[in-house]
Design a protein around this ligand. Sequence first.
Ligand SMILES: Cc1ncc(COP(=O)(O)O)c(C=O)c1O
Length: 475
Amino acid sequence: MESVSSHRLAGLLGDLTSDRQPLFLALSSRVRLLIGDGRLPVGARLPAERDLAAALQLSRVTVTSAYTRLREDGWAASRRGAGTWTTLPAGPQPGPWVPAPADDHRIDLAHAAPSAPPEVPAAYAAALQDLPRLLTSHGYHPAGLPELRARIADRYTARGLPTTPEQVLVTGGALHGLAVTFQALLRRADRLLIEQPTYPNAVDAARALGVRTVPVALAAEDSDAWLDAVEAALRETRPAAAYLMPDFQNPTGLLLDATGRERLARALHDAGTVAVVDETNVELGLDALPDAPLAAHGAGHVSVGSLSKAFWGGLRIGWVRADTDIVQQLTAAAVLTQMSGPVLEQLAACHLLDGADAALEARRDGLWQARAALVAALGEHLPAWHVPVPAGGLVLWCQLPSKRSTALAAAAADHGLRLAAGPRFGSGHALDDRLRLPFTQPPEVLRRAVERLAAADAAAGNDSHHDPGLLLDVV
Ligand SMILES: Cc1ncc(COP(=O)(O)O)c(C=O)c1O
């Protein structure tokens, strides 16, 4: 179990006297915030009360009361002789994130899912021509259509990760691939390191297996700090697996360079941790292109990809790339719920991959213009927001001037706008000062959306009905 020294915790806590509340409450609130945003890992041993009291120059009673409050609220647990360690309370869990139905009146900025480019219907038409030659067989291909596995393998080889078709399992999208991978690699109570913020559906899939997550705070502007924190968490918690997105991370947009990948792979190797790398956004480099896959830097890692963002989510084509024996294991797990993927979609995917380079250039072009329009509109209508521009991906991860993302998402519904509030991308207890905004719609729609967003923001104002313990501004 990782131990947090009193010195390190004192540094993270900052000056408690600036909070206008009793010191024990200020202390417990700040610890909650540190756990909620991932700076204090779940399962980390907190310093002994006496040591923390000395480091903070507070009375021991203050620290004892703060620890008691944390235990009462589910943020810590203790056992005689084992000390006190951090935990996550049971709620609020928002439940599964089911895509909302398309709605004529509301502009949807909750989902980062682009519509289909013209190549998609063309690929279906070509697939229909191919279909007759397959109709004479039984049509079941549990690991995927051989010609599609070969094309996916070739793309990995071209990206610097030599791959054979036997190392590829075709899945019903990336999420299916992630779920099957977690199911095959993880057991109940295993630890899974996750980025914080992250893609929530994947985490929900892992949690459904009884896996314990270890969130590590990530900020796109400082990948070195993130790598430091990941190294510490890997060393101290030795998780069975890590769910990582080094290629335009969803939602922060972080792109890890080759040196960062090398460092990450070394730390994973030293901890005996398997990386499950979500490459859903890898083809969406707008200002920079990703380096070779993380799996090229170390043996045994699993890569998960998809055509959903590069082409269209309705295809339901994704894949897992791993060592051959793992792919066999994953195939056995996958057939428990789906005997085989649809043949027509896999044939269409082959055509899409054959023409991918030109189609992706057009996709990136469109996203580049949409991103520029969204950034400009936010600058005009919401100038107090901090809007870092990611080098790729599909979303902006905006910093709001106060913790009001949940209130804003609620107000937006009345202004013809669908939003996903920042906490959806974390453990549910932090990130209310963040909002994810996809640039997957045409520029004119995004400009209209931002006008509505500004109106909703004015309506939400300071009307925040959140737990005051989570509203503290921590250094
Ligand atoms: C990071 C990430 N991973 C996985 C998925 C799921 O993709 P798919 O539609 O291929 O299941 C998404 C979709 O939003 C995503 O953003």
